[in-house]
Design a protein around this ligand. Structure first.
Ligand code: ISE
Length: 333
């Protein structure tokens, strides 16, 4: 039984505690920590775990075999570095860290430790729909991918959500999973701003069209529209030399009523990707038990941060911005 300590007891922390303890196999949450003691106590009640307010105490507790980091993004770097220092596997929710420099520090520390310890919570790589598209592309049946047309629509966001968050908080999922999907690396980024919806405010341009170009010349467009009002709508269509592969939307009943033919659309991102979170964390538990890490690596976290920085520069400049990550270290190949 893998004994896990969870650092950070906010909404996603509590979700993962329940998932790890009640749904998944071969794992139990034994300790939780949060700088807010009350939050930690509420979360501890979900798993009958011990409570710390100091993440380092949790990481170095002899009863903890592995760590799940679900604190706010700015606090990730400290926890992940401390886990590497303690030689313990760590699953870190996205983003790995809030700056590319901090992600690079994690990459360097992990390489220096000589052990694969870090997995980043980019759960879309575990989503059934994306996996089906990847299998189709990898089969070679459709020739090379040439263009990707994607949408990332949220029904609405809070009033504290600003223009750069459309990259760091939202498009970060496409940033990670699209280059994985087509097995390529990004070269440049550009952002086009249409006129904004009346449902936004002065600090948020919404919608935005984010353009990415890969080294093999694949052109990707992602419409990010976070106040679209109608639902949580994730689409991905890959145009190849010999066909078009489109990700299926999760099925819901088709209704005939009052002269209309309709089908439902998901409104919550937690529900849209709920199965992917389960599969992702079970895979992490199973691989850690074998002394391995299979999922998105610290290098993937670093690549996502560098790409996000280029998109934010492009939001501000209106220009095409280069994405320069350098060679992937042998350790991650
Ligand atoms: C949120 O943090 C997510 O991860 C969702 O997938 C994304 O759609 C949303 O915009 C983010 O705020």
């Amino acid at each position: 039984m893998l004994r896990v300590g969870v650092v950070g007891c906010g909404a996603i922390g509590k979700e993962h505690i329940k998932r790890l303890n009640n749904k998944l196999q071969g794992v139990t949450v034994v300790v939780v920590s949060d700088v807010f003691e009350e939050g930690a106590k509420t979360a501890a009640a979900l798993c009958d775990g011990k409570v710390y307010t100091d993440a380092n105490a949790l990481i170095n507790d002899a009863e903890v075999d592995a760590i799940v980091c679900t604190s706010p993004g700015f606090a990730h770097v400290e926890t992940v570095l401390a886990a590497i220092k303690a030689g313990k596997p760590v699953f870190c929710e996205k983003p790995l860290a809030t700056t590319a420099d901090d992600c690079k520090k994690i990459v360097d520390a992990e390489i220096a430790s000589g052990k694969h310890l870090v997995q980043v919570g980019f759960m879309r790589r575990y989503d059934k729909g994306y996996i089906q598209v990847k299998e189709a592309l990898d089969s070679g049946e459709f020739g090379a991918p040439l263009m990707l047309h994607c949408t990332h629509r949220n029904p609405e966001v809070g009033t504290d959500y600003t223009t750069p968050m459309a990259v760091h908080d939202t498009a970060i999922h496409e940033i990670d999973c699209l280059h994985w999907l087509v097995d390529d690396e990004y070269e440049s980024a550009q952002v086009i701003m249409p006129g904004s919806t009346k449902y936004t405010h002065s600090e948020l341009k919404d919608p935005q069209i984010m353009l990415l170009r890969t080294k093999k010349g694949i052109c990707i467009d992602v419409e990010v529209f976070v106040n679209c009002k109608f639902g949580y709508d994730i689409n991905c269509e890959v145009v190849c030399e010999e066909g078009v592969v489109k990700m299926p939307a999760p099925a819901t009943p088709i209704i005939r009523k009052e002269g209309r033919l309709s089908t439902g659309i998901e409104t919550s991102w937690i529900n849209r990707f709920i199965d992917s979170y389960d599969v992702e964390l079970q895979d992490w538990v199973n691989s850690v038990a074998k002394g391995e890490v299979n999922g998105p690596t610290a290098w993937d976290g670093y690549v996502a941060a560098v790409t996000a920085d280029a998109l934010v520069r492009a939001q501000q400049s209106g220009n095409i911005e280069a994405i320069v990550t350098g060679e992937c270290p042998k350790f991650y190949k």
